[in-house]
Write a protein that binds this ligand. Sequence first.
Ligand SMILES: [Zn+2]
Length: 284
Amino acid sequence: MRFHRARLTTGGPAAACVTLCLAFLAACGGDDEGGGGTASATPPTASQPGSPGAATSPSASPRGGRPLAGKVVVIDPGHNGGNATHTAEINRQVNVGNGHKECDTTGTATNAGYDESAFTLDVSKRLRDILVAQGATVKMTRQDNKGWGPCVNQRAAIGNQARADAAISIHGDGAAASGHGFHIIEPAPVAGHNTAIVGPSAKLARALRDAYRQGTGIPYANYIADQGIDRRGDLGGLNLSTVPKVFIECGNMRNAGDAAKMTSAAFRQRMAEALAKGFDAYLR
Ligand SMILES: [Zn+2]
């Protein structure tokens, strides 16, 4: 989302975005970083900020019918439903590799009040279920929408520790109402941190962009990015990743047309199926 986006305290193009974003859409890029979730294990248990969800893997079976067997995917549902009531926690500054930034942010919502944190978790769960059915081992950075965080650096660490073959952070944007469409955000190189995964992440970005465009019919964003792909160096979740990773802004929650799709459970399933095809294309 745009106007709640966190910013690098060391400055840079993102610093101006909090108040000036609408005037600098092209420079500002899409989402702030999602706040994290209270992560609880897949079986609903008490959540603890910052703790990742348990890995979900299919039962052992022959590879047949499970084309993603042996692959590990980490899904990061942006933000968290409790972030807004934990401002002290989420405003704490964390190192994002090339500066410092808020631990997490609250995200955006549709005009009718459908919260980005709920949207991202729902799409993430749907995507997880599809990938698990295809044989992948999937880990999520949060499992419910009741807590806060994890911080953006921890969201990256969860993917790194899982040695993920691919990771995605799922968001909905909060741009001006006239803007519509989706975009992928790939990492810009941050020396000493993510340089090794910039190339593979760009490949992942293209695979997911193509699959999402084809599977959902949603066009590339008309207010940001180039052909549906943006590149940013201000997102801790990308700066600190040592595994191929991208963000997706699935649509603009402030745009009526995009919001109608994002509010529909059936359409969120379509989004998840499209993303799963993108992972399949990348991982195979
Ligand atoms: Zn977001």
